[in-house]
Design a protein around this ligand. Sequence first.
Ligand SMILES: NC(=O)c1ccc[n+]([C@@H]2O[C@H](COP(=O)([O-])OP(=O)(O)OC[C@H]3O[C@@H](n4cnc5c(N)ncnc54)[C@H](OP(=O)(O)O)[C@@H]3O)[C@@H](O)[C@H]2O)c1
Length: 182
Amino acid sequence: MGKVIAIAALAANNVIGDSIKNDLPWPRIPSDMKFFERTTTGDFLENGKKNFVIMGRKTYESIPEAFRPLRNRSTVVVSSNNFYPVKEGLYSATSVEDALVLCNRINPSADIYIAGGGSIYAYAMKHNLVDELLITHLMYECEGDVVFPHIDTSIWFDAEKIEPTTDKKTGIVYIIVTYRKC
Ligand SMILES: NC(=O)c1ccc[n+]([C@@H]2O[C@H](COP(=O)([O-])OP(=O)(O)OC[C@H]3O[C@@H](n4cnc5c(N)ncnc54)[C@H](OP(=O)(O)O)[C@@H]3O)[C@@H](O)[C@H]2O)c1
């Protein structure tokens, strides 16, 4: 199976979302959105290897219709609905484990990105389904009721750090950290 990577952006207080608006609790950060697109797409444009992005039904439905499913990647939506409507580039599964099995069956060498939301990150980390965390830590506090699970430093260490970046549009400063298992 390909590597399973949880990719997320966290406010300084670990908030990742607003469940009422079903949206991110901060203004769009174009440079981090580009980072997400570039990372999850990988080298598809060079060698056609299509990575997977697994996300909860609410996160999937928070993406504007024109942009979903995500281009140049295969998306797997996790929903308890056995009959979640799928289309080209979009698959569904009724559990995170089934989503991973499905990805492995379709292409065992593609990378698998777990892209939220809160319930999917929590489940995948609690059940030890994640190999790596790729976290954008925003130097920005905000309100919101969806949080990222605690990153337990007895399990995870910060293996790589990208120098602080300032997003030109929002002025928000962030660092990107790759956590691997100790
Ligand atoms: N900052 C970030 O990096 C980031 C990334 C992604 C999302 N977000 C934010 O996170 C929030 C959404 O997170 P959320 O926790 O409310 O929702 P979510 O995880 O995106 O989706 C929840 C839905 O996923 C399905 N689901 C979850 N666990 C399941 C399981 N074990 N088995 C079967 N189905 C399961 C259920 O769908 P059904 O109801 O259809 O059964 C559930 O209602 C939004 O605010 C979004 O903007 C932030």
